[in-house]
Design a protein around this ligand. Structure first.
Ligand code: COA
Length: 527
């Protein structure tokens, strides 16, 4: 493939924007609050994570852009992700006390629930790095009742033999007290942790008792008197050291697929992914160009990088087998935007094959949806699409999804979009996702408005509608962009395409904590 300067420039510009948005999440509550936090002798959420994970290991951050476009700070006042601690992949959830005292707003809740879901589905331990003002009080109506799920998830994790560890660095009061309360292992930092159901002023009001923070919920008290803490740490670094020792003693064993001991780097240079995505998503691109830049290359025990299946049938969808960081995977990638009956049936067959041989699936999106029109309807496009959606819905092997380009209409569903429970879903900065394209949506609205006017015997004001059309197109375009969708929590992150191989490699290693077992029972396939 030749270098496409304009595609590359457009992608690099989007990556630059992405970095600027990530920088906002990294900045937390901003300079003033970070400086105040440090002046108190405290580490930031990200520094705590950095000290916790194994030196030189990667941290796969999740949903850093949640809250983008909302009234809340980007990042949901917490950092979540998967890090390797003493060789064990753990979900790490760290409150960011520099953002509104680490209090939890509706975005924080969404983000923490998704993190807990990822830990549950991939069967990994959880480490909470706690310092939070609890519920964001002005939005309590949106979080109080659903918020109970956080404590429920912790105790269910424990019952499922997924240990939970809580390191308390500061405030963890009221409902927040149940984070350490429900955890299997609790570490509290001396003279910093505050874990009580009600602080001194509330106790005074409720019972008239005069008391202080330390007697009510200090680290010494909980470690020596109440027994709510298992370890008393002298400072933050000591607490992190103890947390690492706890993980080292979990006797953790991965029970899933074992990767090939060696693997080759991709056949094609991952840097070429920058050239691949056309600036206009209506132009097709060959997904094999992406696949060969992401999957393992040829090696003595991997004779072909990508074994395409059924290449002559339903050629708008490319499917086949490959390895990624030594893990066997099946891939489904859109080749020419639209999905027709052949593609849908090919996908349904391929997903069953992956389940038959217990192999995870990777979905690479660039689809405008299922084909419309009389011939296709008469040819059964609905029932064939339904076959594909049935296969995706009932498949039990882990699914990974990357939205490279377009992801419109029911194509988003058939290709295992967010509603279909992918273990992980990442988006490229070039992606666009909506019920349909902005021009098509505005055009449909115009036709509907025209018909409605005519049915009432009114004259349709086409000139007047032009303004509405432009406004709708602009709005839909904005709402289909990756930052907007990431802000709503519809992905696990927007990534630089060049990082796709590494990100997917981590995901495959994480899901290998549990056995991969396919399913041969699907719903009724309407044939
Ligand atoms: N909801 C909404 N905003 C909160 C908040 C909460 N629960 N807790 C803190 N904030 C805000 C503060 O209003 C302040 O905002 P501002 O800087 O825009 O004025 C900012 O977060 C920092 O709070 P501050 O009190 O200055 O920080 P601190 O580090 O000295 O103390 C806490 C942090 C969390 C110990 C303290 O703010 C506190 O006790 N909050 C209430 C805790 C609580 O009772 N929560 C209810 C649990 S259900």
């Amino acid at each position: 493939m030749t270098t496409d300067v304009s595609n590359r420039e457009a992608m690099l510009a989007k990556i630059e924007e992405l970095e600027a948005e990530h920088a906002k999440a990294v900045a937390g509550g901003g300079e003033k609050y970070v400086a105040r936090h440090r002046a108190r002798g405290k580490l930031t959420a990200r520094e705590r994570i950095e000290l916790l994970v194994d030196e030189g290991s990667a941290f796969l951050e999740l949903q850093p852009l949640i809250g983008w476009g909302s009234d809340f700070a980007v990042g949901g006042s917490m950092v979540t992700g998967i890090g390797v601690v003493e060789g064990v992949e753990c979900l790490i959830v760290a409150n960011d006390p520099t953002v509104k005292g680490g209090s939890l707003n509706p975005n924080s809740l969404k983000k923490s629930f998704r993190a807990a879901e990822i830990a549950a589905r991939n069967g990994i331990p959880t480490i909470n790095l706690t310092e939070s003002g609890g519920a964001d009080l002005p939005t309590q109506k949106d979080i109080f009742i659903p918020g109970g799920q956080g404590f429920r998830d912790l105790t269910r994790a424990s019952a499922a033999k997924r240990p939970t560890i809580s390191v308390v660095f500061g405030n963890s009061t009221a409902g927040g007290a149940y984070v350490p309360g429900m955890s299997d292992y609790v570490i509290m930092v001396k003279e910093a942790a505050k874990v009580f159901l009600a602080g001194p002023p509330l106790v005074k009001m409720a019972t008239g008792e005069d008391t202080d923070d330390e007697s009510l919920g200090g680290a010494e008290m909980h470690s020596r008197v109440s027994g709510s803490s298992d370890f008393l740490a002298v400072d933050e670094r000591d607490a992190i050291r103890i947390a690492r020792r706890v993980v080292a003693r979990l006797n953790w064993r991965k029970r899933g697929p074992v990767p090939a001991p060696t693997f080759a780097e991709p056949e094609l240079d991952p840097d070429g992914l920058l050239d691949l995505i056309p600036t206009d998503l209506k132009e097709p691109f060959d997904p094999r160009e992406a696949i060969l830049r992401i999957v393992d290359g040829i090696s003595p025990d991997n004779a072909v990088a990508f074994d395409e299946f059924k290449p002559l049938y339903g050629s708008s969808l490319c499917v086949g087998w490959a390895r990624l960081h030594g893990y066997e995977i099946g891939i489904l990638a859109n080749a020419r935007g639209v999905l027709m009956s052949e593609e849908a049936q090919k996908a349904a067959q391929f997903i069953q094959l992956a389940n038959q041989k217990d192999t995870p699936l990777l979905f690479l999106h660039n689809t405008t949806g299922y084909m419309v029109g009389t011939d296709y309807e008469q040819g059964g496009i609905i029932k064939h699409g339904a076959q594909m959606i049935n296969a995706v819905s009932n498949s039990k092997v882990p699914h990974l999804t990357v939205i490279m380009g377009a992801s419109y209409g029911a194509g988003n569903y058939g290709m295992n979009g967010r509603a279909y429970d992918p273990r992980f879903l990442f988006t490229w900065p070039s992606a666009k996702s909506a019920v349909m394209g902005p021009a098509q949506l505005a055009g449909v609205m115009e036709i509907v408005a025209r018909q409605s006017a005519e049915s009432k015997g009114e004259v349709f004001d086409a000139g007047g509608f032009a303004g509405v059309r432009a406004m709708v197109e602009g709005m839909i375009e904005e709402q289909s962009l990756p930052f907007f969708l990431s802000g709503l929590g519809y992905d696990d992150g927007v990534i630089d395409p060049r990082d796709t191989r590494t990100v997917l490699g981590i995901c495959l290693s994480v899901l290998a904590n549990q056995p991969v077992e396919g399913e041969m029972n699907f719903g009724v396939f309407r044939l």
